[in-house]
Design a protein around this ligand. Structure first.
Ligand code: GLY
Ligand code: MN
Ligand code: MN
Length: 465
């Protein structure tokens, strides 16, 4: 947690941007996975963490945007709670830690909100992403889930995204701490990588590091020889010489700031010529993209598209694409090789602010506002600002089902060399990922001089130890 002044200043700035009305910021509760008392690892809501800092379940923040007064709703623990959870600070003490002087029991929340609504105050809330939060907001506001989604505050979505997207110095320090945990996770995976090891042994070891050094993993680790499956959570494979292992994994610092890195390397410790050729194409996009991640750049045009062009040029070099790289990109042919974005926002959430982003909701009705806001929650209109933190994760994947579908549909005719592509059907996929801070002069890689091995030479040297 940062000092109380950080949270007080953030809430004041949010009020300045919203101007009036009541802002509801629900914290997360515990989530059960097979019976009520067996809960997942607790993860606080990112926006609640940002404005109220408390990493504990069952709190609810309310801010009066006109007066700036914040109220923390929550309950002091009872002796029954203490038996199971141990002693906890009081709500008053917790509020003081984050600069909130006004606290009330949860039972007072409904009346508090009802009074504001009755007096004509507008109520602002973000679209919920958990069922329990949806039920809680529906009950507080007397709405059906459908009405609730229609009434989400677009003003609040964009204000929160704009504030969360650019990071302060103390946030960057927390992201650096998350990097160092990620470094240990990835180099441990490399040290364990040899034929005969089962993927889950590596997944278990690196997730243990995330928990041992920070607040745990920032997303479910991907440890797979099937790198062509983008979010592969199957760890049953036994490592075999000749194949590539893709590890996409990250950690949260104790303040819940996230890292997200990917490395892909040969199980044998030595790339084959074919693997090295494709690897170096992805590496070129990875190494050149940060220079485009500068203040004012438009993500889609200046960053994502340029990375695709580098990849297309490389694929042309190995004979998988015919004609110019520009034409291949313009025709959409790169979707066949990299069917995902180059970047997403990074911060308290590993896909920062996506809880209110275009992937969660239909933005068509608010496209103009999205364009104006230019935040990472709408990548098509994302304009980079100094202090924006984003991933840089180019990849090339050979996905047989996608190749077959494209070929059967006659897509990218004359551009993609499908006959040659046949010899890559069992290649797998390569992704290389680091986290970048945007500056006026281009992107700075989080981690500074300390770098997870990434070039062919660095990887082969590290893997041979
Ligand atoms: N770890 C998922 C991603 O890179 O977006
Ligand atoms: Mn990743
Ligand atoms: Mn990522």
């Amino acid at each position: 947690m940062f000092s109380a002044t950080t949270y007080t200043a953030r809430r004041a700035e949010l009020c300045r941007r919203i101007g009036g009305g009541l802002i509801l910021i629900p914290g997360n509760g515990e989530a059960s996975y097979n019976y009520p008392n067996n809960t997942y690892h607790f993860r606080q809501d990112g926006t609640f963490l940002y404005y109220f800092g408390l990493n504990l379940p069952q709190f609810f923040g309310v801010i009066d945007a006109a007066t700036g007064e914040a109220t923390l709703f929550g309950d002091d623990v009872t002796v029954d709670d203490i038996i199971w959870m141990g002693p906890q600070p009081t709500v008053v003490e917790l509020g003081a830690q984050v600069g909130v002087a006004s606290t009330m029991p949860t039972s007072a929340l409904a009346q508090f909100v009802a009074t504001a609504v009755a007096s004509g105050q507008k109520v602002h809330y973000l679209p919920p992403y958990r069922g329990k939060t949806t039920l809680q907001l529906c009950s507080l506001l007397g709405l059906t889930p459908e009405q609730l989604m229609k009434g989400m505050s677009v003003d609040l979505m964009f204000a929160v995204a704009q504030m969360r997207e650019t990071k302060s110095a103390e946030e960057i320090e927390a992201l650096e701490r998350a990097f160092h945990i990620g470094y240990d996770m990835h180099t441990t995976a490399m040290k364990m990588c040899r034929a005969g090891v089962v993927e889950r042994e590596i997944a278990g070891a690196i997730e243990g590091i995330a928990l041992g050094q920070g607040a745990g993993i920032s997303f479910t680790s991907i440890v797979s020889q099937h790198g062509e499956t983008l979010h592969n959570h199957n760890y049953n494979g036994t490592l075999e010489n000749g194949r590539l292992l893709l590890v996409d994994a990250g950690a949260e610092s104790v303040e819940n700031y996230c890292s997200d890195h990917t490395r892909t390397y040969p199980v044998s410790g030595k790339f084959t010529d074919k693997q090295r050729d494709i690897y170096n194409i992805v590496l070129a996009a990875h190494q050149l993209s940060p220079q485009n991640m500068r203040t004012g750049a438009m993500y889609m045009e200046d960053v994502h598209r340029k990375a695709l062009i580098i990849l297309a040029e490389g694929l042309r070099g190995v004979g998988l694409i015919n004609g110019s790289a520009e034409d291949a990109v313009a025709a959409g042919a790169m979707y066949l090789f990299m069917p995902h974005g180059l970047s997403h926002g990074m911060g308290i959430d590993v896909h920062d602010c996506e809880a209110m982003g275009e992937r969660s909701y239909d933005f068509s009705a608010i496209a103009e506002r999205a364009a104006e806001s230019a935040t990472c929650i709408h990548r098509a209109t994302w304009r980079l600002r100094a202090g924006t933190v984003m991933s840089n994760e180019p990849g090339i994947y050979f996905i047989p089902a996608l190749i077959d579908k494209s070929r059967a549909e006659g897509l990218y005719k004359g551009i993609v060399n499908y006959d040659k592509l046949d010899s890559y059907r069992d290649f797998g996929g390569i992704r290389i990922e680091d986290d970048i801070i945007v500056t006026d002069n281009g992107g700075r890689v989080i981690g500074g001089d300390k770098k997870i091995p990434v070039t062919v030479e660095e990887l082969e040297a590290f893997l041979s130890r």
